[in-house]
Design a binder for this molecule. Structure first.
Ligand code: HEM
Length: 414
């Protein structure tokens, strides 16, 4: 790989231009300066309500460093200054701290324990038939037409429908939650919307909480409003609701889109996959997660003067955990820039993070991807890209936002 001229990862044109993260730049840094200081870039500063990036930060490009720092909330906090790379004003920081991901360790562990009840292997197994049904419905809607815009007609629906199912959100809200989830997911362009998706999601969260207070059921929302031991405020509940609407949405949507895009651009791998779908599909999903890493990073802040990989780091310094760079580290993945659905250690990727704040929805995301992609492979296996794919202009999400496909219409339903 040859390095392009980028020097600062706060350039929001990198992903659309490179069709993903700047791996050539990450390789250069990993080889010569694996804990790299990235200065702020005043030219990059999104419009409010997104906060600016006023401080520079350390970018970790080695798998081992990202792994070690992720395990250590004592030294590298998600709470003190939040978990996103933007530098929040006081109000925005309070919101992050009220969010599961930004809570202090003890509060985080208690709430996570409760939320995990909805994500145990048993709970997940119970919703497999529902996920299969939703996936079938989504493909039913496009199968006769012979074409679709994959990201919004297909990929964005399943995560939101599943989230509604888990939270116990009535069906009539589903399409509204899809729109709001899409608007929330494009964090950096939120100011361009004529409505505030956060406000509308809060309204839905408050109305569903009120319903569950009157008529409890076994949904996650009902557990959250009734479990007295949690003592959650409505703000905490709203933040959790928003977290699921974003965290479970764009990530799964984009991984499905990357999967289809990669299969079209790597016909040899697609041929291998369809030669024995049951044998290859799960590892192919892991390899897509590794190779594309939709959530490219999260942030930590050093709580004491310390070191990372031998580099001194000061108390208060900001750390950028580059999952994207870690997932292409040759110390862990042989020929890391090769897309290989049979890679034996693909599952060592850090696309879901690791440690105490590892993704709660990883099992669910894998199940959703499996159900949806199997439907596609069964019912529209000759999908082809029919127009130029577009990437999100972002410094955070490696997301395809437009992927037009054609295929032979009207295959028999599965
Ligand atoms: C391909 C899909 C997904 C990817 C790549 C992904 C990625 C991530 C990553 C990297 C983190 C770690 C954050 C950190 O260490 O600070 C995380 C956390 C989280 N994710 Fe996911 N995620 C995905 C799907 C989901 C789904 C489907 C849900 C739920 C419906 C979900 C809910 C969460 C939650 C609640 C957290 C916070 C965990 C905590 O702080 O304890 N994610 N995700």
């Amino acid at each position: 790989m040859t390095a392009r001229t980028y020097s600062n990862i706060l350039d929001p044109d990198i992903f659309p231009t490179e069709k993903g993260p700047p791996h050539a730049l990450f390789d250069t840094w990993r080889e010569s300066d694996p804990v790299h200081w990235n200065p702020p870039a005043p030219a990059y500063n999104p419009a409010p309500p997104v906060s600016p990036v006023t401080k520079g930060f350390w970018v970790l490009t080695r798998h081992q460093d990202v792994f070690d720092v992720s395990l250590d909330q004592e030294r590298f906090s998600s709470h003190n200054e939040g978990f996103v790379i933007w530098d929040p004003a006081e109000a925005a920081l309070s919101r992050q701290r009220a969010n599961l991901m930004g809570m202090k360790s003890a509060e985080h562990a208690a709430l996570r324990h409760v939320v995990m009840r909805a994500f145990t292997p048993k709970a997940m197994q119970a919703i497999v038939p529902e996920i299969d049904r939703l996936s079938r419905e989504i493909i039913d809607d496009i199968v006769d037409s012979g074409n679709c815009e994959f990201v919004f007609d297909v990929a964005s629906k399943l995560p939101v429908y599943t989230f509604c199912q888990l939270m116990g959100i009535p069906e009539e809200y589903r399409s509204k939650v899809v729109d709001l989830g899409n608007a929330m997911a494009d964090v950096e362009t939120r100011s361009q919307h004529t409505f505030d998706p956060m406000v509308q999601l809060n309204e839905i969260s408050e109305s569903v909480s009120a319903q569950k207070r009157h008529v409890p059921d076994n949904s996650l929302m009902s557990i959250l409003v009734h479990d007295q031991s949690l003592g959650l405020s409505q703000l905490n509940i709203n933040m959790l609701f928003q977290l699921f609407a974003i965290a479970g949405h764009e990530t799964t949507r984009s991984t499905a889109a990357h999967f289809i895009h990669l299969m079209c651009t790597h016909p040899d791998q697609y041929k291998l996959l369809v030669s024995d779908v049951d044998k290859h599909i799960e590892n192919a999903i892991e390899e897509v997660l590794r190779y594309t890493t939709t959530t490219t990073h999260f942030r930590r802040t050093a709580t004491i003067d310390t070191e990372i990989g031998g580099k001194p780091v000061k108390k208060g310094d900001k750390i950028y955990l580059s999952y994207a760079a870690a997932n292409r580290d040759p110390a862990v993945f042989a020929n890391p820039h090769e897309f290989d659905i049979t890679r034996s250690n693909a599952r060592k990727h850090l696309a879901f993070g690791t440690g105490p704040r590892v993704c709660i929805g990883a099992r669910l995301a894998r199940m959703e991807l499996l159900a949806l992609l199997k439907q596609i492979l069964m019912r529209i296996p000759d999908f082809r890209i029919s127009g130029e794919p577009k990437w999100l202009r972002s410094i955070w999400f490696n997301a395809i936002t437009h992927l037009p496909l054609t295929f032979t219409p009207n295959r028999v339903g599965a």
